[in-house]
Design a protein around this ligand. Structure first.
Ligand code: PMP
Length: 363
């Protein structure tokens, strides 16, 4: 029997942390001149109203703590979804909201079910909170089959649209699963829902075990502000609030509260951002297909693509050499794919021009 000496650097760490491979976000390059299509940010500025309200909020009142209940923001979100403020939780990006959901709602001894190709933070939260994670394979077309989730579980997490595939689930599939899986919470992560998927927010009053999570990072162009929220039954929201209050009683700072509120109020700006991104996505998909790429049908602000004759890591590096960043994942089933964030139309055109040089025409 061999015993390995504990690593002196981690000997004081909790055991769960020692085995943890933390999530690695996409590269945030320094300097200028990059075409950044690797982290699904919005290529357009946030609402001018939000920028103005944030500037106004950054005054001498910063010496005071913000509203610990974020009531005004929760009222705005609730009103937009036909819910009550008690059915809304806000947090520091949807990552934090999801972390609180894993901690407060998904730990009952059984595995948490997630699609095998989905947001790579989910297994990290499972490892951190000591919950087994059970990846459920996508079908041969990279689609989630909800019938595969009818197995013992502590909770189910489905991103809709899925990331990094971009494929959306019809609302009827979510309703079907909610009606059958009634003993645990279904978290629907709607980070990209505004780019063409159907939100499950309309089902919140019908199913007390549904938690819908959204973010202002994508369709509102506010990834830098770190604001996300959850919609659900009061009892689920209370669990998230209990976890949050045990870490930090102030969900958002004063500037973020003001900016988020204005961004949500400025619905015309959000509609214009999403329309431009969806138009560019459809244009980009057509151009990439013409270059020989296979593109999965995306309802998000990114495309997952592969070229039958070009290695994905190689293409990623060649694009990087031209100061264009796209994302590559090492998971075997998508190791020959690239995930490309839909940028502004000129950024998409720069990408297509670079790829035209890199991809030899089909003979
Ligand atoms: N869910 C999914 C599926 C995502 O891709 C992301 C962003 N990378 C998030 C949640 C988190 O977004 P944020 O913390 O910026 O709200």
């Amino acid at each position: 029997m061999s015993t390995t000496a504990p690593d002196p650097a981690t000997r004081f760490w909790s055991p769960a942390l020692r085995g943890l491979s933390a999530y690695t976000p996409g590269e945030q390059p320094q300097g200028t001149g990059w075409v950044k299509l690797n982290t699904n940010e919005c290529p357009y500025p946030p609402s001018p109203l939000a920028l103005q309200r944030m500037a106004e909020a950054a005054d001498e009142r910063l010496r005071l703590y913000p509203d610990p209940t974020a009531l005004a923001l929760r009222q705005t979100i609730a009103a937009q979804h036909g819910l009550r403020p008690e059915q809304v939780f806000v947090g520091n990006g949807s990552d934090e909201v999801l972390a609180h959901a894993f901690m407060g709602l998904l730990r009952h001894g059984q595995p948490v079910l997630v699609p095998d190709i989905s947001y790579s933070f989910y297994p990290v939260y499972c490892a951190l909170y000591g919950v087994p994670c059970q990846p459920v394979p996508l079908d041969e077309h990279f689609r989630v089959r909800v019938a595969d989730y009818l197995q013992p579980n502590s909770g189910i997490v489905l991103p809709n649209p899925n990331a990094p595939t971009g494929i959306a689930l019809p609302l009827e599939d979510i309703r079907w699963l909610l009606a059958r899986n009634t003993g645990s919470v279904l978290v629907v992560d709607e980070a990209y829902v505004d780019f063409g998927a159907e939100s499950a927010a309309s089902l919140v009053d019908e199913f007390p075990h549904l938690l819908v999570v959204q973010t202002l990072s994508k369709s509102r162009g506010l990834a830098g502000l770190r604001v996300g929220f959850a919609l659900g039954h009061v009892d689920l929201i209370q669990a998230l609030t209990t976890v949050k209050d045990s870490f930090n009683s102030y969900p958002l700072d004063r500037v973020a509260l003001a900016g988020a509120q204005a961004a949500l109020e400025d619905e015309a700006h959000t509609a214009s951002l999403t329309r431009r991104i969806v138009d560019s996505r459809e244009w980009l998909a057509r151009e990439l297909t013409a270059l020989g790429f296979e593109c999965l049908p995306s309802r998000a602000n990114f495309l997952l693509v592969r070229h039958p004759r070009h290695s994905a890591p190689r293409l990623q590096q060649d694009l990087r050499d031209r100061k264009i960043l796209v994302r590559h994942f090492k998971q075997p089933r998508i190791a020959e794919h690239l995930r490309i964030t839909v940028g502004s139309q000129p950024e998409c055109e720069a990408l297509v021009a670079a790829l035209r040089e890199l991809i030899d025409p089909v003979r």
